[in-house]
Design a protein around this ligand. Structure first.
Ligand SMILES: [Cu+2]
Length: 285
């Protein structure tokens, strides 16, 4: 079992340390690691091998990518009494540009982790059944959800109060079809809040660009028929969240140029949002 709440046992230690630190330093909005329960989902090429279950409440959902390719954990909450089997039946025949059925509600999750890396997102989990999928296409353009990366996540009711969301110090807004990012982001550890102010679901995939590379180069690397990895280091972000929703994620940013992209399909044009302009670059100094 790699699915754990290992952070819970660390929470008490974290709180004690925080109390000691706060005694000699002014109050800070910084995220105290360990204050939110963590659910680790191990990913391989191409599976989430372990049974995934947890309790309701704000959860740090972490993908531990032990594969050799890029993977994500996109969460879809199954509503209206629909089961995971209903979702797999839908997914077996769905085209990539098809809108999701109304009962499969995008619920965020970590947008991408590079091979050997982890990425986390703070997700407010409700009791019920979720599907975990990886929509990132392989070199042939086949999304990995069609190669076995589709598994259930069972969330049970909890008596305990949900952990408080860590306070974010960087705010990113999603619009139809653009990102708004702060003019300046400093190097260091951040909690980045992503808020969907558009009418469609959106995602925010964060990458640190290689020297001289652009967000457009990254978009091209993910286009159908493209081969080779993107000229950038994938760092996580938030996968699809519905209009009006927000989720945050921790990120340790070093100086350089970064890209944010959204690859979700626009039902009207059947184009990915990135082709409609939903990508941006920003500097970390
Ligand atoms: Cu979008």
């Amino acid at each position: 079992m790699n699915v754990s709440h290992s952070r819970l046992s660390l929470a008490a230690v974290g709180l004690t340390l925080a109390a000691l630190v706060s005694a000699c330093e002014p109050e800070s909005a910084d995220f105290v690691a360990g204050s939110v329960p963590e659910l680790v989902i191990r990913a391989t090429d191409n599976d989430y091998p372990e049974t995934a279950e947890t309790v309701a409440g704000l959860t740090e959902v972490t993908i531990d990518n032990q594969g050799t390719e890029l993977h994500q954990v996109a969460l879809l909450q199954l509503t209206d009494g629909k089961s995971f089997d209903d979702f797999t039946a839908y997914a077996a025949t769905a085209k990539e540009t098809d809108p999701l059925p109304s009962w499969a509600v995008p619920a965020g999750g970590p947008a991408v982790a590079a091979p050997g890396q982890k990425a986390s997102t703070f997700v407010p989990l409700e009791a019920g059944t979720y599907a975990m999928v990886c929509n990132i296409p392989d070199a042939k353009g086949v999304p990995r959800v069609q190669k076995g990366m589709i598994k259930p996540l069972a969330v049970t009711d909890s008596e305990a109060a949900s952990a408080a969301a860590p306070s974010a110090d960087v705010a990113i807004k999603q619009l139809d079809f653009a990102f708004q990012v702060p003019a300046k982001v400093s190097a260091g550890e951040h909690v980045i809040a992503v808020s969907n102010t558009g009418k469609q679901p959106h995602e925010a995939v964060l990458l640190k660009l290689d020297e001289g590379a652009t967000a457009a180069d990254v978009a091209a690397a993910f286009a159908p028929g493209a081969s080779g990895p993107p000229p950038a280091l994938p760092l996580g972000g938030v996968v699809a969240i519905p209009a009006g929703a927000s989720q945050s994620f921790p990120a340790d940013l070093t100086a350089g140029r970064y890209a944010l992209l959204c690859f979700l399909p626009d039902p009207a044009s059947a184009q990915p949002h990135v082709a409609l302009g939903m990508m941006t670059e920003f500097d970390v100094e």
